[in-house]
Design a protein around this ligand. Structure first.
Ligand SMILES: O=P(O)(O)OC[C@H]1O[C@H](OP(=O)(O)OP(=O)(O)O)[C@H](O)[C@@H]1O
Ligand SMILES: Nc1ncnc2[nH]cnc12
Length: 183
């Protein structure tokens, strides 16, 4: 992990108290996008461990992945594919491949969908996301890749918040350990 970027990620992160009636703090990563240095360096840092494996495409889930995925794809010079969450009421048009995640960090079983025409057997896929806790959503994306016959190279996230055995199983690399996000 690049030390200076990791320090900036920690400095720009906030835990927020959403107010009365809530029992836990929520993460606020918006400072990462507001900082021009972090915004410029995130894509190249995320993809660095995977360059040698020559990804053909970056795949990332809504919503935050729609921001990070294109940063990573641009750094690699490849295209980007969105994994939609039609639970938000917007079903993408055309043929789709679906997977449902195991219960994620909020106990949700999330339905994810990818347009068939954007992912296929010739693809070597790098999955990108902001945060991983249980790995549930990453697992669903791997299921979609398997259904499409695409090869998964691994997953690059900003904050790693999962057990080491999950990171090893899913081939997850990260830029900062969530335990180091204090502010
Ligand atoms: O490891 P897991 O337990 O699967 O949790 C991690 C996922 O959950 C969060 O997304 P969320 O669905 O909250 O969407 P967001 O990007 O809209 O915040 C996060 O961005 C990851 O995608
Ligand atoms: N964005 C996020 N995704 C998963 N787990 C989290 N815990 C705190 N913020 C999170």
């Amino acid at each position: 992990m690049p030390a200076e970027l990791t320090e900036r990620l920690a400095a720009l992160f906030r835990w927020i108290d959403p107010g009365p009636g809530t029992s836990h703090l929520v993460s606020d990563i918006s400072g990462w996008w507001r900082d021009p240095t972090v915004l410029a360096e995130l894509g190249p840092a995320l993809v660095a461990p995977y360059r040698a494996a020559r990804p053909t495409v970056v795949l990332a889930p809504a919503v935050t992945g729609l921001l990070l995925g294109p940063l990573a794809a641009t750094a690699l010079g490849v295209g980007f594919v969105a994994a939609h969450k039609p639970g938000d009421g917007r079903l993408p048009a055309g043929p789709l491949t679906w997977a449902q995640s195991p219960p994620d960090y909020r106990g949700r079983q999330v339905d994810l969908a990818v347009r068939d025409r954007h992912l296929g057997p010739d693809d070597r896929v790098l999955v990108v996301d902001d945060w991983v806790r249980t790995g549930a959503q990453v697992r669903a994306l791997y299921d979609i890749c398997a259904t499409r016959g695409a090869e998964v190279l691994g997953t690059a996230v900003v904050a790693v918040d999962c057990p080491p055995e999950v990171a090893a199983d899913l081939r997850i690399t990260g830029l900062i350990d969530a335990a180091d996000l204090h502010a």
